[in-house]
Design a binder for this molecule. Structure first.
Ligand code: ATP
Ligand code: MG
Length: 361
């Protein structure tokens, strides 16, 4: 797929903006705080309805305004689609495909695939488990609408279960209600765990050769799903933790507490890896993601690369730029020198300054 154009109205620091993209490499350069990331964020929202940084709709609306509008024209298999997001301060956003309102974000599935790559992604292995869960959930939610629906249901049930735990007295009345929630928790939770494991199997098929190339054959990597219930089934874990959950008033086992373990040379690099090792593994993971989306969607995603190059050394920059030359990319950076030095061909250059973008072609 490709994104052809983007229109913004009252979005973050943009009053009005209209951009036409090239089908290959597009670069947005400018000083800090000028609005580069905001553009990539808007593009990502146009296809996923969500901000990559988890921002709320009201934060996206330009200060002093009540509404904001994002319009993107994307092309998939030779057909153009107009995607509209209408953000409002106090009510849910309106979404439309070709001017027809849709009710569920999942209707965008099959049209758009964006991979967002930001400097924070390079910390995914160093950071806590919630970041790794967020990664896997964002990915699977874009690729698999059944997963998205199971996840939404699961999260709702965990919330309701926790709510019940908070209102339960020491005597443990309401235990019957708890059992009802547990049954549903197991039903959705098992499906989520199974799908995440399958996803990581696919990642393992792809990541190992990427990681070998990135480390000059020095490292072997393996990605392992780490359930919070250890060797127990989710049902057994809920049983076992029941008294404890009542005491601490929170659900202690389940996919909302699971993690992904990264092993390199027999060591868990979340704990024992050097910073460089952790960042290289994160880069391998991100590059695998692009490959996985290609395979799963049978189409090339659009890559949104936010200020990542400056975070990498020459070897890794080269590898990254080499591996993305066949997909449409929107790249932000503070200076264009890195690309020139790498003889990376840029098709369109935009300069971003104080919420204004100039097309320098
Ligand atoms: P950096 O190089 O530091 O990453 P950037 O060019 O990517 O900078 P952005 O993150 O795109 O910068 O944001 C730039 C500006 O957008 C910030 O200075 C911020 O004040 C402004 N901004 C954020 N949200 C809003 C909003 N809702 N309304 C108006 N301005 C906003
Ligand atoms: Mg930025």
């Amino acid at each position: 797929m490709k994104i052809r154009s983007l229109k913004l109205k009252n979005y973050r620091n943009y009053d009005l903006l209209k951009l036409d993209f090239d089908g290959a490499a597009n670069i947005f350069y400018g000083d800090n705080a000028q609005g580069k990331t905001n553009i990539l964020e808007a593009v990502y929202i146009s296809g996923t309805t969500k901000s990559h940084r988890g921002a709320k709709d009201r934060e996206l609306i330009r200060f002093g305004q009540d509404e904001s509008h994002i319009e993107a024209i994307v092309e998939k298999n030779g057909i153009d689609y107009q995607l509209d997001m209408h953000l409002k301060k106090n009510s849910p956003k309106g979404i439309a495909i070709n001017k027809m309102p849709i009710r569920k974000a999942s209707e965008l599935f099959g049209i758009v695939n964006f991979v967002f790559f930001s400097p924070e992604d390079l910390n995914i292995i160093k950071n806590g488990p919630s970041e790794r869960r967020r990664f896997i959930d964002m990915e699977l939610s874009q690729l698999d609408r059944v997963y998205l629906s199971n996840l939404t249901n699961y999260n709702r049930i965990v919330n309701q279960r926790n709510h019940l735990l908070k209102s339960m007295g020491i005597g443990g009345e309401l235990k019957d209600t708890l059992e009802v929630w547990d049954m549903q928790l197991i039903q959705y939770g098992d499906k989520i765990i199974e799908r995440r494991k399958e996803f990581l199997d696919r990642v393992n098929e792809i990541i190992s050769s990427i990681h070998k190339k990135l480390t000059g054959n020095r490292e072997e990597i393996q990605v392992i799903y780490e359930p919070s219930n250890g060797n127990l089934t989710l049902e057994q874990a809920l049983q076992k933790n029941r008294e404890r959950d009542i005491r601490i008033k929170s659900t202690s086992a389940g996919p909302h507490r699971d993690d992904i373990c990264f092993m390199v040379g027999g060591l868990d690099i979340r704990r024992y890896g050097s910073q460089g090792q952790q960042r290289t593994a994160a880069l391998s993971l991100k590059l695998s993601e692009i490959e996985l989306v290609k395979q799963a969607a049978k189409d090339t995603p659009v890559l949104l690369l936010d200020d990542v190059l400056s975070e990498l050394d020459k070897h890794r920059q080269n590898y990254l730029l080499d591996s993305i030359n066949d997909i449409q990319t929107l790249i932000t950076c503070t200076g264009v020198e890195d690309f020139v030095n790498h003889r990376f061909y840029i098709n369109k250059v935009f300069h971003v300054h104080g919420g204004q973008v100039t097309d320098e072609n």
